[in-house]
Structure formats: structure tokens, C-alpha cells
Design a protein around this ligand. Structure first.
Ligand code: VAH
Length: 315
């Protein structure tokens, strides 16, 4: 049985859908510290779980016979910078609880890392799996800590720890929650609603990005990969890299009148400028056959179809 923490964020509901198709609806438990919307509540098992409450977590794992744990609870980039104390508590103390529970109960543990786990002194174009990691956000620092602790628990206690560094994830039916790459989701909603978009990053800010379906499939694939195919515990996964200007150009192929203006947010721009511009994911492609399906044209087409169709139905 799989438990997903932080399940009501950008990725959890989609991952639950994918895993339930694969393992059966009642074998995947979604959890968070918030009340789920009705449609989520009725789509499969949901329970309250607070990763800062060790006893609550242990009870859930034992009572539900959890064998795999996907740990999505975290404060992401810009949100974490606005509340460092909470980010440190959730992303580090919460992670420690998860590691102990996973080691104690022999769980297979997936923890996502991120392009944000690199900093200005890392090679940026492309960024390999193994290189200097001196991130400048509490989010990045906590994710490097998660990578190092997961690998330590693997070597010291035999914990089956698996980690993928996600690019900025673009989704149609769920909103991102970190702030830095979120422009690439907002532009679709605003373009369809008003034909105008105000971007909070510079037009030339290149960042690694991925469509949500590729991200969730990668997560399932690495969770199911035979342990002996994994030469590493932590892998970069990549799909595409683009700038706001390149995304706007691709969108204009379908919406020629789209107007994009730029109103730079210095906090988010500084974060974006410290992150990789492109990801080298050759180890993931070699070890467990990773390959992405969505490039920029397919991403734009898929997002517009989904959101456009939704808008028509709304009328
Ligand atoms: C953010 N979308 O902007 C999230 C994610 C890698 C980007 O962490 O913080």
C-alpha cells in the first residue's frame, strides 16, 4: 500500500490517479493537513496526516500496512523564502520523521528533489547529476539535505530510498505552489481568459520544465525499477528547457494576439538566476530507460486543448 504525503499539492492528486490505475484504488492513500475537495475525497482513500506528528505518522503506516511512501510535503522556492522557519521545520524536521518511519518499517521511500537543489556555483548549462550543490534558498538547502540523508540511510540502514530531481512542472488541472516556475502555468490561464499575461521573470530566463504527465510517469517508473538497475539514489530527469519569450512565441502560434508584458519580481528572478538552465539526465535514461514524451509544442497543444475545452464547457 502506498501513502502520499502533501497529497493536495500540485502533483499528489495526479499521482494518486496514476498509482490507483496501476495498483487499485484502495491501495493508494492520499494524505495532507488540509480538507480535500469533494471530488478528491470521493476518488479514493484520503486521511489527515501531519508529517510533524511522528506518532500520527507511525499509526497511519502500521494501521494501513503501508509499504511505499511518496513524500510530497514541502514548502517550495519563493514560498519557503517567505517563511523560512516553517520551511525548515516541514522540509527538514518533517523529512527526518519520514526517514525514521521508513527505515523502522522497511518502506520503499520516494522523495522528490528539484532543479532548486543547485545554486549559482553549480554548472548551469547543462547541470549534471553529480556536481557542486550550494543552493541559495531554504527549499534548495532542505532538498540537498534530503538527498544526502536519504543516501546515508540507504547505505547505513539499507533504506530503499529513491529520489528524482524534478524540473518546473506544468499542469493544467492543478496549480503549482512554489512561485518561481509558476509563470509557465499562469500564462496559459491568463492567455485564454484575457489574451494578456504579465510575466514576473525576465524574457530570457531559461529553466528546465516538464509536463506533469511525464513527471508522474517518471515517478512510477523509478518506484517500480528493479533495485539493481539503480546505480544512483538521486537522478535528474529532464524534458525541455525554455525561456518566457520562447514559451510566449510557441503560444502565439495558436494565439497570435497574445500580449506579454514583464514586471520582474526580484525575489523570484534571483532564484531563477541561481538555478540550472538545462538538465543532463543521461544517467536516468541509461539506468532505468527514462524518456520524456512532451516537448514544448506538445506541451502548449495539450495545455490549450485541456483549458480551451474547459472554457468552452464553462459557457
Ligand atoms: C517552484 N514550481 O517554483 C516549484 C518548483 C522547481 C520548481 O520547486 O518552486
Amino acid at each position: 500500500k502506498v501513502l502520499i504525503t502533501g497529497g493536495l499539492g500540485q502533483l499528489g492528486v495526479g499521482l494518486a490517479k496514476l498509482l490507483r490505475k496501476r495498483f487499485g484504488k484502495n491501495n493508494v492513500i492520499l494524505s495532507d493537513i488540509r480538507k480535500p475537495p469533494n471530488n478528491v475525497f470521493h476518488s479514493g482513500p484520503f486521511i489527515y496526516s501531519d508529517i510533524l506528528d511522528y506518532k500520527n505518522l507511525r499509526e497511519i503506516v502500521v494501521n494501513n500496512r503501508i509499504t511505499w511512501l511518496v513524500h510530497y510535503s514541502a514548502l517550495l522556492s519563493a514560498v519557503g523564502e517567505a517563511n523560512v522557519a516553517l520551511a525548515r521545520s516541514v522540509n527538514i524536521t518533517g523529512l527526518h520523521n519520514i526517514l525514521d518511519i521508513a527505515a523502522e518499517h522497511g518502506l520503499r521511500l520516494f522523495v522528490p528533489s528539484t532543479i532548486g537543489a543547485f545554486g549559482p556555483s553549480s554548472p548551469r548549462n547543462p547541470t549534471p547529476d553529480l556536481c557542486v550543490q550550494r543552493p541559495r534558498t531554504i527549499y534548495g538547502v532542505s532538498k540537498v539535505h534530503a538527498e544526502l540523508m536519504g543516501e546515508y540511510y540507504h547505505h547505513r540502514y539499507g533504506l530503499d530510498f529513491r529520489c528524482l530531481r524534478y524540473p518546473g512542472i506544468i499542469s493544467a488541472d492543478s496549480m503549482p505552489g512554489g512561485g518561481t516556475t509558476d509563470y509557465a502555468v499562469q500564462i496559459f490561464h491568463d492567455a485564454i481568459k484575457t489574451g494578456k499575461f504579465e510575466c514576473n521573470l525576465r524574457p530570457d530566463s531559461q529553466l528546465p520544465m516538464m509536463y506533469i504527465d511525464d513527471c508522474l510517469r517518471a515517478t512510477l517508473e523509478v518506484l517500480e525499477a528493479p533495485a539493481d538497475t539503480l546505480s544512483m539514489r538521486t537522478y535528474n530527469i529532464n524534458a525541455m528547457s525554455f525561456t518566457p519569450e520562447e514559451l510566449a512565441q510557441e503560444l502565439r502560434k495558436q494565439m497570435p494576439e497574445l500580449e506579454v508584458t514583464y514586471n520582474i519580481d526580484p525575489v523570484r528572478q534571483a532564484i531563477a538566476d541561481s538555478w540550472p538552465m538545462d538538465f543532463d539526465d543521461s544517467n536516468a535514461r541509461k539506468d532505468w530507460g527514462w524518456k520524456h514524451d512532451y516537448d514544448l509544442p506538445e506541451l502548449v497543444q495539450t495545455m490549450l486543448n485541456y483549458l480551451g475545452v474547459e472554457r468552452c464547457m464553462a459557457h
